[in-house]
Write a protein that binds this ligand. Sequence first.
Ligand code: PLP
Length: 485
Amino acid sequence: MYLDKYLEKKGKNSGVIAFLAGLDHIQKISKEVADSIVQELKDQRSYLKMIASENYSSLAVQLAMGNLFTDKYSEGIPKKRFYAGCDNVDTVESLAIEEAKKIFGVDHVYVQPHSGADANMVAYWAIIIQKVQNRELEKFNKKLEELTDKEYEKIRELLINQKIMGMALSSGGHLTHGYRHNISSKMMISHSYEVDPKSCMLDYKKIQEKVKKEKPLILLAGYSSYPRLINFAKMKEIADSVKAVFMVDMAHFAGLVAGKVMKGEYNPVGYADIITSTTHKTLRGPRGGIILCTEEFKDVIDKGCPLVLGGPMPHVIAAKAIAFKEANSKEFCDYASNIVKNAVALAEKLKSLGAKIITDGTDNHLLLVDVNKSFGITGRQAEKALREAHITVNRNTIPLDENGPWYTSGIRIGTPAVTTLGMKEEQMKELGEIIFEILKNTRSIIKNGKKSKAEVEVDKNALEKGKDRIAQLLKEFPLYPEIII
Ligand SMILES: *Cc1c(COP(=O)(O)O)cnc(C)c1O
């Protein structure tokens, strides 16, 4: 039994006790599930997490999710529910909303989206409903329910033919920003803007030209793998020039906005009409999404369920309330500021050793290394070699990638998780050296006279040395040190 063993060691942390007692209980139903949770803890403790979109949430966040709130249906919003018995859900949802309003300094927040992708879908449809459907209804001077089938069909055709313009996936945008394999490009006509092929940075003049030409309903800013700041004041101006709705997806950098690192023109609040985000990346909460919006959109956004979403998840909303409270603190601001300091230190170290960094550095929590130019290997090979050395990163396309999205020419490295562990610039320099040494000593395997794009061979000495250094770092900066298992 996990708890008994822990208590023998005189543990007293209530979070740990709850976690271990939970494991003991789960084990009675399924040993496999309990074992997998424990194994995941062990894996996360023995591999250094440098995936830019991941983090380590607090035990309080995790425990707030694991309880009977999961059993409640609570369609509607606090105090206006379609189900009885939602008093306590109202309390936690209101708390989550108030904390989020405080963090970001906004007047309206919707905390029900189940994920970042769902938040985007709610935002897109809310914009389409507000700007297209509601305008048409005014012309008919009828309510939606009062339209004939023929009238409704006329409106419906308009709804599914609106234009969106976001950052191209190949430039660092996200799948949900109009990628052909995502619903966003099927329900809307999608045109994207790209980064400048030379600098790999946003070119606002080119965006302005493209926006003028296409006149999208939605101009979208935000990314999953762009290492620089976005000037939201400029983007808002561009959107205004064609009366587009300006939407920002801050899924990756919400924690940096919450932590007051992204300020002024680099903070989307005050510029964007609608802001979507995940809650589990730099914001360090449970898996989920949120939407911030202006007065104009609040009524449609609040109807995200049933417009797009299934019933809210009160257990996750409870965990959001905890995470947002944690983010409303001086500690979180220090954390956010350290994330960026660490990313800069890591980029500088890699650069000084001779690695090619896309845009030559970073302003945020992530950096992209061109491993093809730097080491003559693919992103897939770099990802594999680093994992062998117990560093987890993910491969990523770089602008104008010659290796395509499967093999790629880059890796994306993020500092949110290692910063949660307490690492600082000194450790980033060490990590930069380790990463560089591993990749420098990684070679493609030759198969049938051809250089493989996937298989690698890492020099044994370099690998052992790298692994030892990572193990040492993980020992110095343990994950959930209070959990003894
Ligand atoms: C991660 C991410 C999402 C999707 O978040 P999920 O919670 O995985 O749905 C959406 N937009 C951007 C920019 C992201 O980086």
